[in-house]
Design a protein around this ligand. Structure first.
Ligand code: ADP
Ligand code: ADP
Length: 221
């Protein structure tokens, strides 16, 4: 589902050159739940951003759903990303002055759907994460775990084949982190969603299908 071939990523400014990823080759199967671990600065977020087509590699190819992604025009790339990939971040990235339902509808605004369809799909996604009774709340009226569940609803509302999660439980206590992990495991098992998750928590990683460790931009296992 996600194929990285000999990926290099170098960040360049006038004075500094940082090699963030060094010759990474990785194939994430359809329906796989993969975790990525490694110390701070080893390239985890960079790798996730490349998989999510938020940034381009300095060298190498990325294929998503068997389609070559380099040289895709920006608008085509955005549409491609929006239709296939959902993102979840450590700090939720919700819009605080929009109600929960409106936050979850956001990814659908780029599609040809009616207001009624958007509302139905967003409500369905919120019910799925156990927040059917919070749709009129604002994010600031929710606990951290609930906010992350809203973010998951927003990630799944367009029914993506792939979810990319960057430390989704990093700001949560272990009970709420477990809840979030259970939702991700259920999405993977029930809907067959391919998931790649960056985590610092070895217990979470153990519950996924496979663990990839990065060190200083290279894959060590
Ligand atoms: P991790 O997610 O594992 O903490 P990152 O992927 O964020 O690591 O960063 C990998 C390396 O790339 C680090 O050395 C970091 O300083 C560098 N880096 C990340 N983003 C940028 C950027 N936009 N510009 C320059 N260097 C960056
Ligand atoms: P937790 O103990 O899980 O962190 P909180 O104590 O923050 O949860 O919240 C308990 C419940 O009260 C939650 O279901 C949340 O939706 C609701 N709640 C919290 N803060 C507010 C608020 N400012 N306005 C309305 N509801 C709130």
């Amino acid at each position: 589902m996600i194929q990285l071939n000999n990926i290099e990523k170098v960040y360049r400014t006038d004075t500094i050159e940082t090699q963030a990823l060094n010759n990474i080759s990785l194939h994430v199967q359809k329906g796989e739940f993969l975790s990525i671990m490694g110390p701070s600065g080893c390239g985890k977020s960079t790798l996730l951003n490349l998989m999510g087509l938020l940034d381009v590699p300095s060298k190498g190819d990325i294929l998503i759903d068997q389609q070559v992604t380099q040289n895709m025009a920006d608008t085509k790339m955005a549409r491609f990303r929006n239709s296939r990939i959902g993102f979840i971040f450590q700090s939720y990235h919700l819009i605080n002055d929009l109600q929960v339902l409106d936050n979850v509808e956001l990814p659908l605004l780029y599609r040809k759907s009616t207001a009624k369809e958007r509302r139905e799909l967003a409500t369905e996604a919120l019910v799925k994460v156990g927040l059917g009774n919070r749709i009129k709340h604002f994010p600031t009226q929710l606990s951290g775990g609930q906010r992350q569940r809203v973010a998951i609803a927003r990630a799944i509302v367009g029914r993506p084949q792939i979810i990319l999660a960057d430390e989704p439980t990093g700001n949560l206590d272990s009970a709420m982190g477990d809840e979030i992990m259970n939702i991700l495991l259920d999405l993977n098992k029930t809907d067959g969603t391919t998931i790649v998750m960056v985590t610092h928590d070895a217990n979470m990683a153990e519950r996924t299908h496979r663990l990839v460790r990065l060190f200083d931009g290279s894959q060590v296992q």
